[in-house]
Design a protein around this ligand. Structure first.
Ligand SMILES: *[C@@H]1O[C@H](CO)[C@@H](O)[C@H](O)[C@H]1NC(C)=O
Ligand SMILES: *[C@@H]1O[C@H](CO)[C@@H](O)[C@H](O)[C@H]1NC(C)=O
Ligand SMILES: *[C@@H]1O[C@H](CO)[C@@H](O)[C@H](O)[C@H]1NC(C)=O
Ligand SMILES: *[C@@H]1O[C@H](CO)[C@@H](O)[C@H](O)[C@H]1NC(C)=O
Ligand SMILES: *[C@@H]1O[C@H](CO)[C@@H](O)[C@H](O)[C@H]1NC(C)=O
Ligand SMILES: *[C@@H]1O[C@H](CO)[C@@H](O)[C@H](O)[C@H]1NC(C)=O
Ligand SMILES: *[C@@H]1O[C@H](CO)[C@@H](O)[C@H](O)[C@H]1NC(C)=O
Ligand SMILES: *[C@@H]1O[C@H](CO)[C@@H](O)[C@H](O)[C@H]1NC(C)=O
Ligand SMILES: *[C@@H]1O[C@H](CO)[C@@H](O)[C@H](O)[C@H]1NC(C)=O
Ligand SMILES: *[C@@H]1O[C@H](CO)[C@@H](O)[C@H](O)[C@H]1NC(C)=O
Ligand SMILES: *[C@@H]1O[C@H](CO)[C@@H](O)[C@H](O)[C@H]1NC(C)=O
Ligand SMILES: *[C@@H]1O[C@H](CO)[C@@H](O)[C@H](O)[C@H]1NC(C)=O
Ligand SMILES: [Ca+2]
Ligand SMILES: [Ca+2]
Length: 772
């Protein structure tokens, strides 16, 4: 055991008490969207076949290839007069379309061009100022919602006096991505941030040669400081690439601008530094401040480009989050096949926006807050650590309140989670045809009833915000996270710690009373993700473990011991090989039961299960078909978080034993996220040479609108997804090898989104790595 009493709270040199200026992000040249060239969507747009495919009010006629109407004067803009297509076409959510036409009016005025189809949102809702001479117009737009039955309409209302309006050459096409070529970077793949002086230093060379090749390490002055021979490898199973590895662990000299060379391949530059992970430790947590709901983001803390008004504080056009109703019956009927609703509203302000959207989901918020609490709590129990997470370490409003800043950040989410609890004594709610007392349970999630477009500033989101039905999973997640918070806050804010424990206790009891209220498997794309989970026995296990660790009470230990996970094998407990996640949380219980002191009788068996799990990941890393030293055997949505959660297991094995084999394995696996992968891609903004930059987020859709910023340094993309499914991925990733299924495109939500549970995994691992 590798334990120590209370950790020192020393500030690392990088952790200044005042805001440091945000890393200047190099403005990216905004390349024009590639010229559309996919099939014409508008039939007979040049009117060479008469009025076929079009209708108008009033009726018009074709003249010189133009559709011309005599439009009467009308008081207001709108569809009092119009020209529109008579057939339906598909508008795909998050794809990109360009519309061209030429038009004139004998009296100058503005017309509106739109796709007036439900759900009505500003997919295409553009103003074209007509003049007396024909003028070409061109609009590019990205639909926020799927519209399988779209029509195109020119609204001609608002003319000051009767006039001749003529429209011609109407053309609409989907973006043409056929010229896209995937950039796999240099053949020599390294961690582009760098390596720790006393850590492992492994690189991967993609090569078809099975011969041993010489390599050299060159410093920034061009001087060769080390050389050696490659170790020929196999074919990497996840990329199909033949590879060799380069081990330069013996180099311990710090420096920046190193490059590796082998044959004609030259790596991206990297550093060797003992403080390598300190800036990223801070930036990975800074991401959460940027995701905060219910508070203005301060330019002095976040950087000028990242300031914004408070989101969702019930100021129009926002419809929440101070008084949020339950889902409207016409929507809940679709989701639950019964008219569930409730007769109260809740103040569910605060919390973090989940990902690229602005919804807030209890199961995902809970695991994210929990991982931050775990990052803090390990510093209390692992020996020899200073605590660089203390007050003043983050650029957040609470940086001078005598509470460690990582706890302040976690609290922003916890306060939201507590508000999602059904008030005591609430009237019963509908579940499977019966009225059930759901008091004390947590609503599963709250979000917009329809998707908003990219970008959308949170303060400008006009959609209805809705609470969804309480769920057992959400309730247990709240119980676990709040029980953890009660431990960490006990020495900083007793009242809050007690509030958390009371909420956790109520939630836990409510979940036991309602053990099988499951969220539906789909939300029918009604503005949010389903976050459904068909098995909540792992949630019961996690909640019981945290309640026991916090209270020491026998009732929770009994529940823990009666849970099937108590006797489950390591594979089941740790969800090996894919790893733990928001839906599979037994591993979190096991990690905390191993690390946090308690009187549990089988403590050594629990510790052993962590080591056994770590050994299974070591076997994945050492497999001869693994060219990149990671702990992944599959590439699901958000695979980077799976990679990192698996590292947390191995890193905890090191924390528990001090066995350097685990330390080296965990550090080596982290290289994958920062560029030692088949795409030579650093998935973290601000860290590396070939860096994910066009993350899918309503906050950071710079690729679509240069007036919003790219994601801030420390934001991580979801990463390779072997089942990628979104418009850019469907165009450019057909038939990809799993590790190559990634595209740095703002519309690729299945490979390039940001998410709180992914950055929390990054924060934990980088917080750990910064200690080494
Ligand atoms: C009108 O469009 C059709 C279909 O794209 C094309 O074949 C035809 O040549 C065009 N006619 C004129 C006059 O541009
Ligand atoms: C042209 O219009 C006629 C009806 O007026 C229609 O039957 C025909 O299919 C159209 N041709 C094309 C190529 O769309
Ligand atoms: C005009 O717009 C209104 C409101 O958007 C709609 O209810 C109506 O059906 C539209 N009229 C026509 C002729 O499309
Ligand atoms: C379309 O744009 C007009 C003018 O900007 C705006 O008033 C209207 O609310 C928009 N409609 C939708 C559905 O966004
Ligand atoms: C939309 O089109 C689909 C087929 O593409 C059809 O099944 C559906 O009924 C249509 N919906 C509406 C509202 O017209
Ligand atoms: C439509 O486009 C064609 C091809 O560019 C051009 O020759 C023609 O003049 C245009 N017609 C109108 C009415 O703008
Ligand atoms: C729209 O017009 C631009 C400029 O003339 C042209 O490059 C583009 O191909 C056109 N797009 C469509 C969909 O017709
Ligand atoms: C290795 O061989 C494959 C198949 O011939 C080829 O596609 C690939 O480009 C080669 N890779 C390198 C790095 O030369
Ligand atoms: C604690 O840190 C010191 C200095 O870095 C080191 O010499 C010592 O071995 C460490 N002790 C443990 C138990 O890791
Ligand atoms: C909700 O329902 C309960 C019991 O049916 C009732 O006492 C209460 O007044 C209702 N509250 C509101 C806000 O309608
Ligand atoms: C672990 O338990 C699961 C579920 O009971 C079972 O399917 C699996 O085969 C077991 N694995 C091992 C290695 O025993
Ligand atoms: C450290 O862990 C590795 C991997 O499980 C194991 O092979 C080795 O024996 C351990 N070393 C010690 C000193 O326990
Ligand atoms: Ca603080
Ligand atoms: Ca589960």
């Amino acid at each position: 055991m590798h334990r120590h009493s209370a950790a020192l709270c020393l500030l690392a040199s990088s952790a200044l008490t005042e805001a440091r200026s945000v890393v200047a992000l190099k403005p990216r040249d905004v390349s024009p969207l590639s010229v559309p060239g996919t099939p014409q969507i508008i039939a007979n747009g040049n009117f060479s076949n008469g009025t076929y495919g079009w209708e108008s009010s009033p009726a018009g006629q074709i003249r010189d290839g133009l559709y011309c109407l005599t439009v009467p004067a009308s008081a207001s803009a709108g569809n009092s007069s119009y020209l529109r297509t008579t057939y339906d076409f598909l508008e795909t959510k998050n794809d990109i379309y360009t519309l061209n036409f030429t038009a004139s009016s004998s009296v100058g005025f503005d017309i509106i061009v739109l796709t007036p189809d439900p759900p009505l949102d500003p997919n295409l809702n553009m103003t074209a100022p007509l003049t007396t001479s024909l003028h070409p117009f061109s609009f590019t737009f990205s639909p926020a919602n799927q519209a399988p039955n779209a029509t195109l309409e020119f609204d001609l209302g608002g003319l000051p006096s009767q006039a001749q309006v003529c429209i011609g050459n109407v053309s609409m096409k989907r973006i043409d991505r056929s010229s896209y070529v995937q950039d796999v970077g240099p053949a020599l793949k390294v961690n582009q941030l760098g390596y720790l002086p006393q850590g492992p230093k492994i690189a991967t060379l993609v090569t078809n040669s099975t011969n041993i090749m010489p390599w050299s390490l060159v410093n920034s002055a061009g001087t060769m400081i080390a050389q050696g021979s490659t170790r020929p490898g196999n074919v990497d199973a996840a990329s199909g690439q033949s590879f060799a590895t380069i081990d330069f662990s013996s180099v311990t000299q710090s420096g920046t601008g190193y490059v590796l060379r082998a044959g004609s391949a030259i790596s991206f530059p990297f550093s060797i530094s003992s403080t390598l992970y300190e800036p990223l430790r801070q930036d990975s947590l800074q991401f959460f401040y940027q995701q905060r709901s219910g508070i203005a983001i301060d330019a002095a803390l976040a950087g000028q480009g990242y300031a914004r008004a408070a989101g969702h504080v019930q100021i129009l056009p926002n419809q929440g989050d101070v008084k949020v109703p339950c889902q409207a019956v016409h929507d809940s009927l679709v989701a639950y096949l019964e008219p569930w609703t409730c007769n109260y509203t809740l103040d569910v302000t605060r919390g973090w926006y989940d990902a690229g959207d602005q919804g807030k989901y209890v199961v995902n918020g809970g695991i994210s807050a929990a991982q931050l609490l775990m990052e803090f709590e390990r510093t209390q129990h692992v020996g020899n650590l200073t605590n660089p997470l203390c007050d003043g370490s983050l650029r957040i409003p609470e940086r001078n309140n005598n509470v460690p800043d990582i706890l302040d950040e976690a609290r922003w989410e916890l306060e939201f989670l507590l508000k999602m609890q059904v008030p005591a004594g609430s009237p019963p709610q509908l579940f499977n045809g019966s009225l059930v007392d759901m008091s004390g349970m947590a609503h599963h999630k709250m979000h917009d009833n329809q998707w908003t477009p990219l970008p959308t500033d949170p303060s400008q989101d006009p959609k209805r915000r809705e609470l969804h039905r309480p769920s057992t999973a959400g309730t247990l997640n709240l119980a676990a996270a709040a029980a953890m918070a009660a431990r960490s806050f006990a020495s900083f804010d007793k009242a809050f710690a007690q509030q958390c424990l009371a909420a956790a206790t109520t939630a836990y009891a409510a979940a036991k009373k309602n053990p099988a209220i499951l969220a539906p498997g789909t939300d029918w794309d009604l503005g949010g993700g389903a976050y459904s989970d068909g098995d909540v026995s792992d949630e019961f296990y996690w909640a019981a473990a945290e309640m026991y660790l916090t209270t020491g009470q026998q009732q929770y230990l009994t529940d823990l011991q009666n849970n099937s996970y108590y006797t489950a094998n390591t594979t089941t407990l740790f969800s090996i090989p894919s790893g733990f996640s928001w839906a599979s949380v037994a591993a979190l219980a096991q990690l905390d039961l191993a690390l946090i002191p308690s009187n549990i009788s089988n403590h050594s068996a629990i510790v052993q299960s962590v080591l056994d799990a770590a050994d299974m990941y070591l076997a994945v890393q050492r497999n001869s078909s693994n060219g990149y030293g990671h702990f992944l055997t599959s590439y699901p949505w958000g695979s980077n978080s799976n990679a990192l959660n698996n590292i947390q297991i191995v890193a905890t094995a090191y924390d528990l034993t001090g066995n350097a084999t685990y330390r080296d394995a965990a550090l080596q696996a982290l290289d994958y996220i920062l560029g030692r992968n088949a795409l030579a891609q650093s998935y973290i903004r601000g860290y590396g040479s070939k860096v994910s930059s066009n993350m899918h987020s309503r906050l950071y859709a710079h690729e679509l609108d240069v007036s919003v910023p790219q994601a801030p340094a420390g934001s991580m993309a979801g990463g390779a997804n072997e089942d990628a499914n979104d418009p850019p991925a469907n165009d450019v990733l057909q038939g990809c090898e799993p590790m190559l299924c990634y595209v740095d495109d703002v519309n690729s939500y299945s490979t390039n989104e940001v998410a709180i549970n992914w950055n929390s995994a990054l924060a934990w691992v980088v917080g750990w790595a910064a200690n080494h």
